[in-house]
Design a protein. Structure first.
Length: 256
């Protein structure tokens, strides 16, 4: 009796085995390939001489590679988000250098991650590296042009570099994108006041208060603008509004 060659599996067992976390997904995928081959009238295992079926095997392996590429990309995204979350927790605890490292690891896995770029920019700014912060925030905006928070934070960084006109543009852009962005109104008013334009600062301060009546710093800053304009009674009223919300607000106490 003539011996026959052993069947050749579609999946080549000589190839490196996937990690355990991926193996479960592969077996599900393998079963799907087998089902497709059965329903198209093809057998699961074929002879090396059968070129037609070998092409199907090649296709199956190509599909497998695409499957694993997508799976690994998804896993990288999950790990990147975990690293970003770890960074936020460290940043909240004041551990900025550790947060920077976590954001860096997140971006190694997922370079097009606007939130991580934003937060890394904030951390670099806080650590005294405004030029790096600006570059990171521009990268975030290149990926997500309608990112109101990135425009706002870019305005903060530019303001600290003395680029007040550019900062104003950033705050106005953030407000255009999110008309209820109270922090952007406050910062816009502050920069206008820094430019000796207290009258122009009053409108954004009042807008911030209308959106958030308990906004302590907006009441206090409005008081400063009114004081600069010589409207003492209105300024004192604003300081008192701030004190009603925060009785130990030292600056407002001094000015009342």
């Amino acid at each position: 009796m003539t011996s026959t060659s052993p069947p050749v599996p579609v999946y080549d067992s000589a190839r490196p085995r996937p990690r355990f976390a991926e193996l479960r997904h592969f077996w599900q995928y393998r079963d799907l390939i087998r089902l497709i081959l059965r329903r198209t009238g093809k057998v699961r295992y074929v002879s090396k001489n059968n070129n037609n079926i070998l092409r199907i095997g090649t296709l199956a392996r190509a599909l497998e590679r695409r499957f694993f590429a997508g799976l690994l990309a998804e896993l990288d995204g999950q790990v990147a988000r975990t690293q970003a979350t770890a960074a936020i927790l460290r940043e909240s605890a004041g551990r900025l250098e550790e947060a920077v490292r976590c954001y860096g690891r997140a971006l190694e896995l997922q370079p097009e991650f606007p939130d991580a770029l934003l937060n890394l920019g904030n951390a670099r700014h806080a650590l005294g590296h405004p030029a790096e912060a600006v570059a990171l925030l521009h990268r975030a905006l290149a990926l997500k042009p309608d990112f109101a928070e990135a425009h706002n934070n870019l305005g903060d960084t530019l303001k600290d570099q003395g680029k007040l006109d550019e900062a104003i543009e950033c705050y106005r852009r953030a407000i255009d994108l999110d008309p209820r962005y109270t922090d952007a109104y406050l910062r816009l008013g502050n920069v206008l006041h820094m430019q000796d334009k207290p009258e122009a600062a009053i409108e954004p301060y009042r807008k911030a208060i209308s959106l958030k009546p308990a906004f302590i710093e907006a009441h206090y800053s409005l008081g400063n603008a009114l004081f600069a304009l010589g409207n003492m009674s209105a300024a004192i009223e604003s300081y008192r509004n701030a004190l009603a919300l925060k009785p130990d607000h030292v600056e407002a106490l001094i000015k009342t």
